[in-house]
Design a protein around this ligand. Structure first.
Ligand code: NAD
Length: 294
């Protein structure tokens, strides 16, 4: 099947988890002409996710990036549910974006496997967990892939399509075609710790922190070296502040367990996290930030 045929075979989707990533994924699916049901465990979370999508679309209209017509179409294609069976009725694809806990994801994939035919594509948006282990919890693990979106989903172009040893070519190709239909620029990655993005991003981030520890240069100058010398849009230390030092520490600990010493978090990172210097969200990381609480 061609890319277009594969993507066109998807008319209905469910997104599980209406948080930061789930609402963004649902928004982009609906904007791509796909009937999308946003599922969460509470009515409040679903309403909140749908309200955030409406807010994003309103901003898009105000900036002239989204037409009134496209916005109305997307809103009409969106629905919400707190009942899983209802959410996944008649879908060709499910994208899971619940919290990063293996047992939670395995439980959901077990239920999806029992309820959905083998032709339904099951994708997880996990940023670090083993997709092989998630897929093992479901019937027909060959239809499971990772679709790793980036935040904010409606703006960031990258999607890592992650295949396990058991993923069928058809499942991976369908996910790639779907990502393209969503206006994204996907990459094809094998299931390995940190996939293609976090592994390199963390390696550079950890080394930059070691350089601050060793007084090689100031945080500003290390970042400037990468921005001006290597064309990075943002230096690795500023990026660490934006992502959150605690989040990066957790990923580095996970990767050092899986891939070895070279990912060991530097002492300075641990000390800063212990002091509550978590980056932008706490007002201080490698830079000082003004904290804006909404
Ligand atoms: P989040 O905490 O913002 O949202 C998670 C949502 O899932 C919440 O609304 C919660 O109520 C809901 N939920 C909890 N249990 C559920 C269940 N059993 N069924 C359905 N919904 C349930 O989390 P997030 O930041 O959107 O992350 C979701 C996933 O995406 C994680 O696997 C994370 O690693 C991954 N991810 C996050 C980012 C990011 O920048 N935040 C980027 C890429 C991938």
């Amino acid at each position: 099947m061609s890319d277009q045929d594969l993507a066109a075979s998807i008319q209905r989707a469910a997104v599980l988890g209406a948080g930061t990533m789930g609402h963004g994924i649902a928004q982009v699916l609906a904007m791509s002409g796909i009937e999308t049901c946003l599922f969460d465990i509470s009515e409040e979370a679903v309403a909140d996710g749908l309200a955030k999508i409406a807010g994003n679309l309103d901003k898009g209209v105000a900036r002239g990036k989204v037409s009134e017509e496209d916005k109305a179409g997307a809103v009409a294609r969106l629905s919400g549910a707190v009942d899983l069976e209802r959410a996944i009725e008649g879908v060709q694809v499910v994208v899971e974006a619940v919290p990063e806990r293996m047992e939670l994801k395995r439980d959901l994939f077990g239920r999806l496997g029992a309820a959905l035919g083998p032709e339904v594509l099951l994708a997880t948006n996990t940023s670090s967990l083993s997709i092989t282990e998630i897929a093992d919890a479901t019937a027909h693990p060959e239809r499971v892939v990772g679709m790793h979106f980036f935040n904010p989903v409606h703006i960031m172009k990258l999607v890592e399509v992650v295949r396990t040893e058991r993923s069928s070519d058809e499942a991976a190709e369908k996910a790639i075609a779907l990502a393209r239909r969503m206006g994204k620029d996907p990459i094809d990655v094998r299931d390995a710790p940190g996939f293609a993005s976090s592994r390199l991003g963390i390696a550079i981030g950890m080394e930059a922190i070691r350089m601050v520890e060793e007084n090689v240069a100031s945080a500003e100058d290390i970042d400037k070296a990468m921005v001006l010398g290597y064309g990075f849009p943002m230096g690795p230390l500023k990026l660490t502040d934006l992502v959150g030092l605690d989040v990066r520490l957790a990923i580095a600990e996970y990767l050092s367990g899986e891939l070895g010493e070279r990912f060991s978090p530097p002492a300075l990172l641990r000390e800063k996290v212990a002091r509550g210097e978590l980056g932008k969200k706490s007002g201080k990381g490698f830079y000082d930030w003004e904290v804006t609480r909404g």
